[in-house]
Design a protein around this ligand. Structure first.
Ligand code: GLN
Length: 332
């Protein structure tokens, strides 16, 4: 290679390195500005009341954590305060169930957006007890049942919890027993959904066992920082780029992201895709895990919800982040 060629390559490398530094600095500023902006907003949505223990959480918290491809963490607000991950756990139970029984899972649960609220029962009757997708409550209960088969509830729950601890590289992650007990006492709608599916033979295990595991994995408490860590494999083709651990194949990661995009926000999934443009999964605890493929794993938390049961400020924060970073999967 000529001296001029070498100089050209060196120049390109310097430009790339400089761009990388610029992107990192930019992300740091953007995250700090979003956290400051969200802390000030008066519109905060309404905290979930149907699980009494969740209703005790005030609407004032806001947290955000973004982990880029190099493992840099950008955090703001209440990023280290644990909250109830609720339905975000469904991303991880889906991952485990696919690992356990592979594509046979799709005999028990569909892959289409429901266009209905997360706890709706109407579609189940028309579709013979087979839930539309793994992220509505009925679908997640069917997925939990698949993980439970062949195990005691305690073992299945232990496996789910250890998976979260492994992904987040944090053995302190735990279940909030008060939240689990609160939902167990008042989860009449889920009890109805599970019994209805059982009547069609969609659930293999005793309904109370499956629901016990379901309520407890919904009650796992994690901070934004821990959750963003746990989601990293989805942002990087199934692999944690820092440890090199391969969690799922690239194809499976792509498919889980596709389901998060189309079904992760229930009847608000279209609006989330329109405004944010990233695969995302919300929970009624007010958390959202969002994935910028190849770029970042993001967790936001604000307990106030919109009418579809998705975090109000969480969505606004992700909309701002995706727009300012140019991260929408549909382009800038
Ligand atoms: N545990 C909650 C329920 O089953 C989860 C719902 C949610 O987060 N959207 O109702």
């Amino acid at each position: 290679m000529t001296a001029r060629g070498r100089a050209g390559i060196a120049m390109v490398c310097i430009v790339h390195a400089w761009q990388a530094v610029m992107i990192t600095e930019n992300l740091e500023t953007v995250v700090a500005e979003i956290a400051a902006e969200m802390a000030k907003r008066p519109d905060r949505g309404a905290v979930a009341h149907y699980i009494p223990e969740l209703a005790r959480v005030g609407p004032h918290a806001f947290g955000i954590a973004v982990i880029d491809a190099d493992g840099n963490v950008f955090a703001g607000g209440d990023a280290d305060v644990p909250f109830s991950i609720q339905s975000i756990s469904k991303v991880f139970t889906l991952t485990l169930a696919l690992g356990k029984i592979g594509d046979r899972l799709w005999r028990r649960v569909g892959r289409e957006p429901s266009g209905s609220p997360f706890n709706s029962i109407v579609q189940l009757e028309r579709e013979c007890g087979v839930p539309r997708n793994p992220f509505i409550n009925a679908g997640a209960i069917a997925v939990t049942d698949a993980i439970l088969s062949g195990h005691q509830p305690r073992e299945a729950l232990g496996e789910i919890l250890r998976f979260m601890q492994f992904l987040a590289a944090d053995p302190t992650i735990a279940i909030d027993e008060a939240v689990a007990a609160s939902e167990q006492r008042t989860g009449f709608r889920n009890i109805a959904l599970a019994n209805y599916m059982k009547s069609f033979g969609v659930l293999e295990n005793p309904v109370e066992f499956t629901l016990g595991v379901y309520f407890h994995h919904c009650a796992i408490a994690m901070s934004c920082r821990q959750l963003a860590m746990a989601g990293r494999f989805l942002a990087h083709s199934g692999r944690n780029p820092s440890t090199g651990h391969s969690v799922v194949s690239p194809q499976r990661a792509r498919r889980i992201n596709a389901l998060m995009l189309t079904c992760g926000h229930y009847d608000g999934s279209g609006e989330f895709a329109y405004r944010v443009g990233l695969p995302g999964k919300s929970g009624v605890g007010g958390g959202v895990l969002a994935i910028a493929p190849g770029k970042a794993s993001i967790a936001v938390w604000s307990p106030g919800l919109d009418p579809s049961g998705n975090s109000h400020l969480g969505r606004l924060a992700l909309e701002g982040l995706a727009k300012r970073m140019g991260w929408s999967i549909f382009g800038v």
